[in-house]
Write a protein that binds this ligand. Structure first.
Ligand SMILES: Nc1ncnc2c1ncn2[C@@H]1O[C@H](COP(=O)(O)OP(=O)(O)OP(=O)(O)O)[C@@H](O)[C@H]1O
Length: 266
C-alpha cells in the first residue's frame, strides 16, 4: 500500500536502451515518492535520464526493471489522470487552436468539455485566440495552448518536460509565474524537468538531482521559500544560496566524456 500522501511512486526504476551499437544504461535504481499536490523538479547533467524517467511516468515506454505506481497501481501505458507538456507545443499546423484542443478528445472518442477548455484558455491568457492558427502565435502562446491541452482532461498529475527551454528569458519568467499560479489554484501534482536551476528552485517544493548517466537519485533539496513566490525572490541572497548549493552539487557529480556540464546550468 502507498504510504500516506504518496501518490506517485518511482520504485527502483532502471532502464536500458538497446541500440545498434550496444546497450545504453539510462537509469539505475531510481526511487522517488511524490506526494499528492507536490511540485517537484528533476535536474541533472545532460543525458542523465530525466526524460526517460518522465516518459516512464507518463506510460509512454516501459522500464527494464522496477515500476512506477500511481495511487498504488503500476503504470504501463498512457493514463487519463496524467497530463504531459513537452518542450515543443506539438500543435497540428493545419488546425486552429480550438480544433487543436479538441483533437485529443476526438482521437479518444470522447466529447470535449468545451466550457472547461474555454475557461482554461481564458485562464492562461488565450481568450479570443481559438480561431488563430498555431503559426500566428508566439512560442509562449503556443505553450499556453499545450498547457490547456494537458489540463483539459483534468488530470491530477501534470508532467512537464522542459516546457520553457526554447522561450526567451522574459517569456520564460511569465510562464513560470503562470505555472506557479495554476499550481496554487489547482494543487495538481507537477513533475517538472528543467536545465535551469533558478527555474527549478523558483517553482518547486523539492528538487531531485540525478547523477550523470546512468541516472541515479543523487540528492533531494527541499526548497524553503513561502508561496506565492514573486519573481523578485530570484534576486535575493537566500535564493542565490540555494541555487548555488544545487549547482555545486551537480558539478561535483562524476562526469563522463559525453556529458557537457559546463554551461548546461544557467
Ligand atoms: N530511444 C532511445 N534509444 C537509445 N538511447 C536513448 C533513447 N532515448 C534516450 N537515450 C539515451 O539515454 C540517455 C538518457 O537520455 P534522456 O533523454 O532521458 O536524458 P536527459 O537527462 O533527459 O537528457 P537532456 O538533459 O539532454 O535532455 C542518453 O544517453 C540518451 O542518448
Amino acid at each position: 500500500m502507498p504510504k500516506h500522501n504518496e501518490k506517485l511512486v518511482i520504485d527502483r526504476a532502471t532502464k536500458y536502451y538497446e541500440t545498434g551499437t550496444g546497450r545504453v544504461h539510462a537509469l539505475d535504481n531510481v526511487s522517488i515518492a511524490i506526494r499528492d499536490h507536490e511540485f517537484v523538479s528533476l535536474v541533472g547533467p545532460s543525458g542523465c535520464g530525466k526524460t526517460t524517467l518522465l516518459w516512464s511516468m507518463a506510460g509512454l515506454h516501459d522500464l527494464t526493471s522496477g515500476e512506477i505506481r500511481l495511487d498504488g497501481t503500476p503504470i504501463h501505458g498512457p493514463h487519463p489522470d496524467i497530463g504531459m507538456v513537452f518542450q515543443d507545443a506539438n500543435l497540428l499546423p493545419w488546425r486552429n487552436i480550438q480544433r487543436n484542443l479538441a483533437f485529443p478528445f476526438e482521437i479518444s472518442g470522447k466529447s470535449a468539455n468545451e466550457d472547461r477548455i474555454l475557461q482554461l484558455m481564458e485562464r492562461v491568457g488565450l481568450g479570443g485566440f481559438g480561431n488563430k492558427m498555431p503559426r500566428e502565435l508566439s512560442g509562449g502562446m503556443q505553450q499556453r495552448a499545450s498547457i490547456v491541452r494537458a489540463l483539459s482532461f483534468d488530470p491530477s498529475v501534470l508532467l512537464m518536460d522542459e516546457p520553457f527551454g526554447a522561450l526567451d528569458a522574459f517569456t520564460r519568467d511569465e510562464m513560470n509565474l503562470l505555472v506557479e499560479e495554476i499550481w496554487m489554484e489547482t494543487r495538481k501534482m507537477i513533475v517538472f524537468i528543467t536545465h535551469s536551476i533558478p527555474e527549478a528552485v523558483f517553482l518547486s517544493d523539492k528538487v531531485h538531482v540525478l547523477s550523470a548517466r546512468p541516472g541515479r537519485l543523487a540528492r533531494t533539496f527541499t526548497i524553503p521559500f513561502p508561496r506565492p513566490r514573486p519573481l523578485e525572490i530570484m534576486e535575493t541572497r537566500e535564493f542565490f544560496d540555494v541555487v548555488n548549493t544545487i549547482k555545486a552539487d551537480i558539478q561535483h557529480q562524476p562526469k563522463t566524456s559525453n556529458q557537457a556540464l559546463a554551461g548546461a546550468y544557467p
